[in-house]
Design a protein around this ligand. Structure first.
Ligand code: KDG
Length: 409
């Protein structure tokens, strides 16, 4: 069997997505996600200009060989653009292999290790009452684990806080990328955040009790000593994890955080390769791997990093915001179902328009996700619907401190 076409689609049903479709001479198609929020066209060009023609004539079954060829033959390695492009090829080839075999991808990865995948949802609020409404809404939707993000007094816009109150009946609407030709500026004050956050978790525990697993995302904003202080301050509230507490580039910084707190740590949504996790896993500086199939080179390396992590009792917590398309999301559900060291899956739910472009067979029942049993990834790409939503320029915001210094967003 040979590959005869590799096409790239950029579509924007409420947000931008980049999708690769590979077709074989027998007419089997496979799809992959190459979405990089705010930099979509760079990956689309990488795929169109540098990768597509290299795939023509190749045997789609040779997934590992194709991955290694794309990674090593470019000489220039890693980085989110390259790795998102390779990820799309990898996913599309697993999709094809599954369709040819008549099996869902998780069966090709070793079969199911569990019945369903525990998910966490995002609750947020501009104040405590609206946060409580949001938590209740998520509990009603079936979520059994909940991420808590709130506004901070004195700060205008904070990462992770939905614009609409959940009590309004609107679906959770948080999308950080703003459409337009320039990124929005936001403000930040770490000391105000460190003072406020423990009071929020205290209120949530008092209202909802000790049982429910609670998570929080620091979004790379603290120094190691600030993160250590926060981890310690949150210990009485028994977090499932504290995510991205420090800038991801400083892996050694997590040693200091670890020395001071037993709050579990998760990191890795902006990592691209297993090498980014080498120190963190070997030294057991984290508890959860936050990689996403789409930004990590696809299904093949995600499975490898989790097998490495398993030796150290480190579990998965794959990145799953809506900028991972339904294709990338399905890819990591298949990995999550197959691996032994599954932890939890972030699940934000895509918009109805997105679901017209990507028809998903995955299910979310009583707090648990399942990729479904259709052959391949289980996602159908509707080209006509995709073409009706043209690309719109969008940027993630950035932060400045009160004195004007640019800060991690
Ligand atoms: O879901 C999370 O934990 C995130 O941090 C989401 C990111 O802000 C988002 O993927 C940026 O595009």
């Amino acid at each position: 069997m040979k590959i005869i076409a590799a096409e790239v689609f950029v579509t924007s049903p409420t947000r931008n997505f980049v999708t690769l479709r590979i077709t074989t001479e027998d007419g089997v198609t496979g799809i992959g996600d190459a979405t990089l929020n705010g930099r979509e066209l760079a990956v689309a060009a990488y795929l169109k200009e540098h990768v597509a023609q290299l795939l023509i004539g190749k045997d789609p079954h040779r997934i590992e060989d194709t991955w290694q060829f794309l990674y090593r033959s470019s000489y220039w390695r890693r980085g989110p653009v390259t790795m998102a492009a390779i990820a799309a090829v990898d996913m599309a080839l697993w999709d094809i292999k599954g369709k040819v075999a008549g099996l869902p991808v998780y069966q090709l990865l070793g079969g199911a290790s569990r019945n369903g995948l525990r998910a966490y949802g995002h609750a947020s609020g501009a104040d405590i009452p609206s946060l409580f409404d949001s938590v209740r809404e998520h509990l009603e939707l079936g979520y059994k684990s909940i991420r808590i993000q709130t506004a901070i007094p004195g700060i205008k816009a904070v990462y992770g806080v939905a614009a609409q109150a959940q009590a309004s009946g609107e679906r959770y609407d948080y999308e950080p990328a703003g459409r337009g030709a320039f990124p929005q500026e936001e403000d930040w004050d770490t000391r105000a955040y460190l003072r406020h956050l423990p009071t929020v978790f205290e209120a949530v525990r008092n209202e909802f009790g000790p049982e429910i697993p609670l998570l929080h995302d620091g979004h790379h904003r603290m120094t190691p000593i600030q993160a250590a202080k926060l981890g310690k301050a949150l210990e009485p509230y028994d977090l499932f994890w504290l995510e991205d507490c420090t800038p991801a580039e400083n892996q050694e910084g997590l040693r200091l955080v670890r020395q001071h707190t037993t709050t579990p740590l998760a990191i890795g949504e902006i990592f691209n390769t297993v090498y980014d996790f080498q120190t963190l896993i070997k030294e057991q500086l984290i508890d959860y791997v936050r990689a996403a199939s789409t930004h990590f080179g696809g299904i093949s390396p995600l499975k490898k990093v989790m097998d490495f992590a398993a030796q150290y009792q480190i579990k998965s917590g794959f990145h799953g915001p809506t900028d991972i398309s339904p294709v990338g999301f399905a890819a990591q559900l298949h990995v999550g179902l197959a691996i032994h060291n599954y932890g939890i899956q972030e699940y934000m739910q895509h918009s109805d328009k997105t679901n017209t472009v990507f028809e998903q067979s995955m299910t979310f029942t009583d707090g648990y996700l399942h990729p479904g049993d259709k052959p391949g990834l289980g996602v159908e790409f509707n080209e006509e619907a995709a073409n009706s939503f043209p690309y719109q320029q969008a940027y993630l915001p950035y932060n400045r401190l009160v004195d004007g210094t640019v800060h991690d967003w």
